[in-house]
Design a protein around this ligand. Structure first.
Ligand code: URA
Length: 210
């Protein structure tokens, strides 16, 4: 991908996003919409995958038919909200390997601290798609991508549902080589670091916690 930020303005994505933003949407429906939206975002983030051909025989004739060239892909969920995007992406790329990055914020230093890191091997040979629904301050996304690069990843893309300008700027500064695909670039962050107008706490909305 050659654009740093891609906003997917497809009507179905925008329609589903509005359902997710609506505070009256139930947990069950929110999760379902998240899965559907992530399928459409996955379609966009994989749009320019390298292709090759495979010789097949149709009922009519032999042909060299297009197939995706590099089968090695790793999906990395940034816990816990990233898990909401995982299944929808896996619906489209079921052969992908899956990894998890868990981070919490140290309240003294305000810096993200790793508590869990388990990723597929040979990351350097894979297209790595890191998923987290909300790109807010960008602190955890930048830290997660730092860790993926330390683990060998060189070809990384970032998939989110909503982005704040602050998070996009932070990612662009720290990781200009990582393209971002999102459904919306919202207005700003509020004083608590939530995206406005946003959809609230994505993890709470999808898992029914508070
Ligand atoms: N994380 C969320 O879940 N929501 C926000 O608005 C920002 C970060």
């Amino acid at each position: 991908m050659n654009q740093h930020l891609t906003i997917v303005d497809h009507p179905l994505v925008q329609h589903k996003l509005t359902g997710m933003r609506d505070e009256t949407t139930s947990t069950h429906h929110f999760r379902q919409l998240m899965r559907e939206a992530s399928q459409l975002l996955a379609y966009e983030i994989t749009r320019n995958l390298a292709m090759t051909t495979r010789c097949i025989t149709t009922p009519m004739q032999v042909m060299d038919a297009p197939v995706v060239a590099g089968k090695k892909m790793a999906l990395i969920s940034i816990l816990r909200a990233g898990n909401g995007l995982l299944d929808g992406v896996l619906d489209l790329v079921p052969a992908a390997r899956v990894g998890f990055v868990g981070l919490y914020r140290d309240e003294a230093t305000l810096r993200p601290v790793k508590y869990y890191f388990k990723v597929p091997n040979n990351l350097e040979e894979r297209l790595v798609i890191a998923v987290d629904p909300m790109l807010a301050t960008g602190n955890s996304s930048v830290a997660a991508i730092d860790m993926l690069k330390e683990a060998g990843a060189t070809n990384i893309r970032f998939l989110c549902l909503l982005a704040a300008p602050e998070g996009v700027a932070r990612m662009k500064e720290a990781h200009p080589d990582v393209p971002i695909v999102t459904a919306s670039l919202d207005e700003c962050l509020n004083e608590h670091g939530y995206i406005v107008p946003g959809l609230g706490d994505a993890g709470d909305r999808m898992f029914g916690t508070r």
